[in-house]
Write a protein that binds this ligand. Structure first.
Ligand code: AMP
Length: 453
């Protein structure tokens, strides 16, 4: 069940720029954990690790805003391992830590990380998720484990069959909680919470803080400490972003042309639906472009194979839906293409965060048909900036309405951008601080999120 770990990926690169000035030792971690961390090649904690580790060691509940790429997994695992190791029973090994994740990939990744971090400890971990036969998972649990990483459905299945007990859980981690709610796991989460002992330490990680997440957090966290990583849209300025206006019916030919003409060898493409992903992959393969899809309807085997092929270069284009792509540890990518824009502006930020952060090679391209223009406006609001629009000969959109849709000359575009900047600057406070930064962007995001559902 070991997944491939890419040595230097987009996330590690990003973490390096957000490292703390402290050392892992100064955060209170012990030698047998420090040794494993050093072997992973981490020299300094990331910001989320610096903030979360001491609090977790002190037994506090945590409400953390952090997405994949911030180092959050080590942020919750390292202190948890230390506490589990210090308090374990010499013989009796019940499940004492439960980590819930929305997707199988994320579960497998967390499991791999825990194995690496607990290399010098007497702590056992297992991972369970759907899409594969449960026999191996059950026998892993039967051998006795301290930590269980699980997706909600399979966990409830096995618990319902008395294959595991959650009565001794001391730690609960809800990872990517927002995604779990998006995927409809609210009821499963409630059922799982009801199976756990009342007295436990809870850690909730979420990329966003919607009303629903706050409600969930209020329901089971006790006096949580808020921990924030860098605002997630802070790095997107460095990525080259552009929109190509076209028609829906022309997108498939256009994307194939872009990939072929540009000779792009590793491209991540986002579609809004699973069927859309399948259709696009089929078409690409028929045109000689090696592609694979990754989404919730694919079996675990197919997903692992697609991801491995993409990492080793045999698959040139990986077509993914937002949910499947979330949490994937994939390498630095020169090209990310939105075949369709997401209807939630923040998903756009997650998607384009998959490309080169330094800006040198990273390019995020969105193919936009007229029915998606309202999404462009939401995204621009969130980013606080206008996106560059282009039209490609032979792929022009057939319906052009005046105003925002109209292709503009360079001069016109610059004049518009200037106007936009002036309007934005006007909103700045006398101290020169923008009144419309992070919190306001978050507000506009939640507004969009609510209206777009
Ligand atoms: P995560 O946000 O937990 O998914 O972690 C993203 C990636 O960053 C993983 O590949 C980790 O191995 C890596 N990572 C975690 N902590 C550090 C650190 N302190 N320094 C460098 N890389 C790290």
């Amino acid at each position: 069940m070991q997944t491939t770990i890419i040595e230097m990926n987009v996330f590690e690169k990003d973490i390096i720029s957000k490292q703390s000035f402290m050392t892992f030792k100064e955060l209170g971690l012990q030698d047998n954990i420090l040794k494993a961390v050093a072997e992973k090649g981490y020299t300094k904690p990331s910001l989320i690790q610096e903030k979360a580790i001491p609090q977790i060691l002190q037994g506090k509940d945590i409400l953390a805003s952090a997405q994949t790429g911030t180092g959050k997994t080590a942020g919750f695992t390292l202190p948890m391992l230390q506490k589990l190791e210090a308090t374990k029973h010499p013989k009796y090994r019940p499940i004492r830590a439960l980590i819930l994740t929305p997707t199988r990939e994320l579960a497998a990744q967390i499991y791999d990380n825990i194995l690496a971090y607990s290399k010098y400890l007497d702590i056992r971990t297992a991972v369970i998720f759907g899409g594969v036969k449960p026999a191996k998972q059950i026998s892993a649990i039967n051998r006795g484990i301290d930590i269980l990483v699980a997706t909600p459905g399979r966990l409830l299945d096995l618990e319902g069959q008395n294959k595991l007990s959650l009565k001794r859980v001391e730690f609960l981690v809800l990872d990517e909680a927002d995604r779990m709610l998006d995927m409809g796991f609210q009821r499963d989460i409630n059922k799982i919470l009801a199976l756990l002992p009342k007295n436990r330490q809870n850690l909730l990680f979420s990329a966003t803080f919607s009303k629903e997440i706050k409600k969930l957090a209020n329901g089971f966290l006790t006096n949580p400490i808020m921990v924030e990583s860098e605002p997630e849209n802070s790095t997107v300025d460095k990525i080259t972003q552009k929109i190509i206006r076209t028609d829906k019916s022309k997108k498939t030919d256009l994307i194939i042309k872009l990939i072929k003409d540009g000779d792009w060898q590793q491209v991540l493409v986002f579609t809004r639906t699973k069927h859309g992903a399948n259709r696009l992959v089929k078409k690409m393969i028929s045109k000689g472009v090696q592609a694979a899809a990754i989404h919730g309807n694919k079996s675990q085997g197919a997903r692992t194979k697609a991801l491995a092929g993409f990492k080793d270069g045999s698959v040139r284009v990986l077509v993914a839906t937002d949910i499947a792509a979330r949490g994937l540890d994939i390498p630095l990518l020169p090209h990310v293409i939105n075949f369709e824009l997401p209807n939630i502006a923040e998903d756009y930020v997650h998607r384009i965060g998959r490309t080169g952060r330094a800006g040198a090679n990273g390019e995020a391209i969105s193919l936009v048909s007229s029915d998606e223009l309202e999404y462009v406006r939401s995204i621009e609001k969130l980013l606080g900036d206008k996106l560059k629009m282009e039209i490609i000969q032979d792929f022009e959109p057939s319906k052009i309405t005046p105003d925002n849709e109209k292709p503009v000359t360079k001069d016109q575009r610059q004049a518009k951008q200037k106007q936009f900047r002036q309007r934005r600057d006007k909103r700045k406070s006398p101290q020169g601080k923008a009144t419309s930064n992070a919190s306001q962007k978050k507000r506009s995001y939640s507004k969009n999120r609510n209206t777009n559902r």
